[in-house]
Write a protein that binds this ligand. Sequence first.
Ligand code: HPA
Length: 245
Amino acid sequence: MLAIIGGSGFAKLAGLGNARREVVRTPYGDPSCALTHGELDGHPIVFLARHGYGHTIAPHEINYRANVHALKRIGVQQVVAVATVGGIRADCVAGTLVVPDQLIDYTSGRAHTFFEGVDQPVTHIDFTWPYDASVRQRVLDAARRCGEPVIDGAVYGCTQGPRLETAAEIERLARDGCDLVGMTGMPEAALAREAGLAYASLCVVANQAAGRGASRGGISLPDIARVLEATMGRVRRLVAEVARG
Ligand code: HPA
């Protein structure tokens, strides 16, 4: 079963057929919202709005463990996580879609593992390649079939938020090798790996990162909203194609 986690601007999946909601409780608390089961152009999927259906949960307040645990519990095997990002690399301008292949975690203080507590053996996961190769390929193949240009491969830097970054912080991220910056990719990706879910991310560039290009003098939040509005139809079509494949 395929799950889509929707990020900012993507709190609902338009045109979901036979939709039904399922409330799932977990030992880690409640997920961001009820899970929505439905069909996208006839293909079954599960949808979870990362920030809640009303977009009220900030990136650092999301219960990532509950979200991932809930998906695992209902039998999800593959996850495509849609995430809104700022673009650091010059070709990652507003409206660009990117399937990252690496990440760097700059978050702090988030509940970031299932493997803790005195009753748990010490457990490590391999995270050399944080995104699942076959789910990445599924997204890239779907993009090719629907003629949607997508950048294959980028380094996603995950900041704590909820504020946007300073220009100097973005310079540092760029020196670290980050191509994209977002606030929700971690610990979501690591928890998915811990839970044995095959997870990849589809990033939507909403703006150039602080101090870069069009954002040299600052980031316009109304412009971000406009870009997301204009881009989400493409994301929905691409996600439907992913469900088909
Ligand atoms: N920084 C961090 N997260 C983001 C940005 C950004 O510039 N744009 C959208 N999500």
